[in-house]
Design a protein around this ligand. Structure first.
Ligand SMILES: *Cc1c(COP(=O)(O)O)cnc(C)c1O
Length: 377
């Protein structure tokens, strides 16, 4: 360690070390048995992941938190410790595509089955939970792309009555706008790659929870399955955390204004945003996510209209992710939902003319100016 004298660096250090050294065997024993703090091997834990996880746990109102290498690692680390062959999950029928693949296809190879339900219909979730033993219910705070919002407190009661854990992927809301653990969830999952990282320059995930016994199980899964979070990505994510609330609130306020502005554009057939009274979950959103979030969709007539918009509005880059600090567009039909059947896309309301916007926190006038180019104004 450098000798800083009475000073210390204001910003946290980055520790890329893959392994830690011990003065003797007694120190080895003390660290392995957790009688002394310390680190052994970076896949099992390192200071940058620990700092990040502690801060995120505080934001989520969690008793413990674990950082891991991606949002999908977080989904895996939350769910796999809960299940064994023969177990069943109840899952939303509108989850992030890879989450659906993991839970409904991959886990089936290990003897874990899923009952998929409309998570926005609590009675459907109750019926699915009562149809047999169930280990966990998995939902997302705001679904992709149409921002459907399940009644999390109701689902917590229903899950717990069935002896199941409620696991909530809160990536679209972030703890700045919604804290699922406060609403009764047992585990919260975040992809830090999106809004929490905020700058599209890191890939990380996070799991937090309230049950003290679940924390070590999740940490062990991260270590055993090999889902560790790289130190540099953790360092970057920590750098963004102090501005998370500012970014999330500014982006949500931009999204609210932009949704109303889009609804007035002649080329726009439909705007989908939970902050608008015509959104099916508007009332619930006022209670659970009162800032309504920064994701919205608008619908043009067809795929060619989307192409014309994108070519005319390069300032709204087409990029199949979300949560960037500035506004980006994506096209669910050709990206996130590309592999879904036409019938499944119809069921979810994903048409060739549908554009999803991830609204950023840059000045609203600039976003409108760039979007306006797309509409030829
Ligand atoms: C992106 C995303 C994930 C997966 O996160 P990665 O960091 O890309 O692995 C999971 N859930 C939701 C809702 C997402 O948007």
């Amino acid at each position: 360690m450098p000798d800083f004298g009475p000073t210390a660096p204001l910003t946290p250090p980055l520790y890329p070390s893959a392994v830690y050294v011990f003065p003797d065997l007694d120190a080895v024993d003390a660290v392995y048995t957790q009688q002394a703090p310390g680190y052994i091997y970076a896949r099992d834990g390192h200071p940058n992941a620990a700092r990040l996880a502690d801060q995120l746990a505080a934001l989520e109102g969690a008793r413990w938190g674990v950082a891991c290498g991606s949002g999908m690692a977080a989904v895996s680390a939350a769910v796999l410790p809960l299940v064994a062959a023969g177990d069943r999950l109840v899952v939303s029928d509108k989850l992030y595509g890879k989450t659906t693949k993991l839970l409904r296809q991959e886990l089936r190879r290990f003897g874990v089955t899923c009952t998929a339900v409309d998570a926005c219909d609590p009675e459907a979730v109750r019926a699915a939970c009562q149809a047999g033993p169930v280990r966990a219910v998995f939902v997302e705070t705001l679904s992709n792309p149409l921002c459907r919002l399940p009644d999390l407190p109701a689902l917590a009661d229903i899950s717990h009555a069935a002896g199941a854990k409620l696991v909530v992927d809160n990536t679209f809301a972030t703890p700045a706008l919604c804290k699922p653990l406060d609403l009764g969830a047992d585990l919260v999952v975040e992809s830090l790659t999106k809004l929490i990282g905020g700058h599209s320059d890191l890939t990380l995930g996070f799991v937090g929870g309230t049950d003290p016994e679940a924390g070590p199980a999740v940490a062990a899964a991260v270590s055993t399955w090999g889902w560790a979070a790289p130190p540099f990505d953790c360092w970057l994510a920590e750098r963004g955390l102090p501005t998370l609330t500012l970014r999330a609130e500014a982006a949500a306020s931009n999204a609210r204004a932009l949704a109303d502005w889009l609804a007035e554009q002649p080329a726009v057939k439909r705007v989908i945003y939970p902050g608008r009274p015509d959104h099916p979950d508007h009332e619930l959103a006022q209670k659970l996510v009162p800032a309504f979030g920064s994701m919205l969709c608008f619908e043009l007539t067809d795929r060619e209209a989307v192409n014309r918009f994108l070519r005319a509005a390069p300032g709204v880059p087409l990029s199949p992710s979300l949560g960037h600090v500035t506004t980006t567009a994506s096209h669910p039909d050709t990206t996130s939902h590309r592999h879904d059947s036409p019938a499944e896309k119809r069921r979810q309301g994903i048409t060739p003319g549908l554009v999803r916007l991830s609204v950023g926190c840059e000045p609203l006038a600039g976003i409108k100016a760039e979007m306006g180019k797309g509409f030829g104004s």
